[in-house]
Design a protein around this ligand. Structure first.
Ligand SMILES: [Zn+2]
Length: 162
């Protein structure tokens, strides 16, 4: 995979020279550089917060890779895309290869137009879900229940001897 060797070199150099990136997985950093630090789905620039290091998504989800015994593709940079936390949370296990005619994942991930189609399918799915009333209300409900859980936790703790 010579097309990626330059990317690999650049990512390695960044990781080796900059303390901030020293614990980054090299493959994620490569995907991040290739994608310009923008979420591949909503195009938000991600390098605004400390957690950008973990902001990658598996295009073909790990659940599917596991099912097809192709776990080696998990950290294949062809299968990694820069992704914001929101899109990641919404996409979850959605598999954009579902329903596509193909002979192997490698074919889907290696041919630029096919890979692009996977990204755009995932993007459509995410946008649709963002507009979905049920999804939005599930989020609001989740937020409220979370606050309740935090309060319940605090109530369950013995008062500290101040
Ligand atoms: Zn996004």
């Amino acid at each position: 995979m010579s097309e990626f060797s330059e990317l690999n070199r650049i990512a390695r150099q960044l990781r080796d020279k900059e303390e901030y990136f020293s614990t980054n997985k090299l493959e994620c950093l490569q995907a991040f550089i290739r994608d310009g630090g923008n979420c591949s789905y909503c195009h938000t620039y991600l390098f605004k917060s400390y957690d950008m290091a973990s902001a990658t998504d598996h295009l073909i989800p790990r659940k599917r890779l596991k099912k097809d015994s192709r776990l080696e593709l998990m950290w294949d940079i062809r299968n990694l895309v820069a992704c914001c936390a929101e899109c990641n949370q919404i996409k979850r296990d959605f598999d954009p290869s579902e329903g596509e005619g193909f002979s192997s994942f490698d074919e889907l991930l290696s041919e630029p137009n096919k890979r692009k189609k996977l990204i755009s399918k995932a993007h459509e799915r995410i946008e649709k879900k963002k507009k979905d009333v049920n999804w939005a209300s599930a989020f609001e409900r989740g937020k409220a229940r979370f606050r309740e859980a935090v309060e319940e936790y605090h109530r369950s703790q013995p008062a500290s001897a101040a």
